[in-house]
Design a protein around this ligand. Structure first.
Ligand SMILES: Nc1nc2[nH]c(S[C@@H](C(=O)O)c3ccccc3)nc2c(=O)[nH]1
Length: 284
């Protein structure tokens, strides 16, 4: 694997952990109560303020999502998603020297976001929606493929696996193949086990414990555990009290091979990343 990963016009070093700041522009993003979305529209000045703080704190990627994937969430219309996401991707790309990632499963959102400067397609459905594979291939952008069992409206009803780590790996390998079949080079792919997406607490804990097993797929790993219910379940704590637990998970993910951490708390996670990096890099 070459030492740098290309995101459109930008590159990031693969030998250094990267922190991706989360900018959920949905009315019900669970972790920040939808503060970036007020009175039925995106509060762009608040988004830019939040983004500026994240970049200042060391985020090298910002992830913009306009479709809530909360368990039980109703799908958002294509136009609604376009209206929420594209202006934000455009403004962030113009304002900050970071990789702007678009968190979408929708072909038209992929196309329009790439046209206004997105550097990464982050799809929680691994490009399975109609037209998504072709749209992603046409952009020439890298893609993060994430595992989800079922759909947000039913994924947490009764998640079941024979062997969760093996099955997640098999799914991701199949989706990598689907991407290379349409001309997306394997070196443009990032993989993500999808913590909380169709998994019980036990499944999530096993996926983190054995994250290193996904390295055999030969692609960089992205992990999103920040403030998620798996942390809440272990600690019996609400969303706004899950920082310490999220940082513990971040450290474990890095030690077990994660490259990108998708988080709400960038500054704290950056410190964890630097200490983990120093320890892992120490040599005789
Ligand atoms: N690649 C990748 N993309 C992601 N998008 C999300 S949305 C999730 C959140 O916690 O932000 C979420 C869940 C429920 C409600 C709002 C937001 N999670 C991931 C992830 O784990 N990996």
């Amino acid at each position: 694997m070459s030492s740098r990963f290309r995101f459109g016009t930008r590159e990031l070093p693969l030998d250094t952990p990267q922190v991706m700041g989360i900018l959920n522009v949905t009315p019900d993003s669970f972790s920040d109560g939808g503060q970036l979305y007020q009175g039925g529209r995106v509060a762009l000045d608040d988004v830019l303020r939040r983004a500026s703080a994240m970049v200042e704190a060391g985020a090298t990627l910002l992830d913009v999502g306009g479709e809530s994937t909360r368990p039980g969430a109703d799908p958002v219309s294509e136009q609604q998603e376009l209206d929420r996401v594209v202006p934000v991707v455009e403004a962030l790309s113009a304002e900050f020297d970071v990789v702007v990632s678009v968190d979408t499963s929708t072909a038209s959102v992929i196309q329009h976001s790439a046209a206004v400067g997105a550097g990464l397609i982050n799809d929680v459905r691994a490009l399975q929606r109609h037209g998504a594979l072709e749209a992603a291939a046409a952009t020439g952008l890298p893609v993060c493929l994430m595992h989800m069992q079922g759909q947000p409206r039913n994924m947490q009803d009764a998640p079941e696996y024979r062997d969760v780590v093996t099955q997640v790996a098999e799914f991701l390998e199949q989706r990598m193949q689907a991407c290379t079949n349409v001309g997306i080079d394997a070196t443009q792919l990032i993989l993500d086990p999808g913590f909380g997406f169709g998994k019980t607490l036990e499944h999530n804990l096993l996926l983190l414990q054995r994250l290193d097993q996904l390295q055999c797929l030969g692609a960089p790993l992205l992990v999103g555990i920040s403030r998620k219910s798996m942390i809440g379940a272990v600690l019996d704590k609400e969303v706004d009290e899950r920082l310490y637990g999220s940082l513990a998970a971040a450290a474990l993910a890095l030690v077990k091979g994660a490259w990108i951490l998708r988080v709400h708390d960038v500054a704290a996670t950056q410190d964890v990343a630097k200490v983990c990096q120093a320890v892992m890099r120490a040599d005789v």
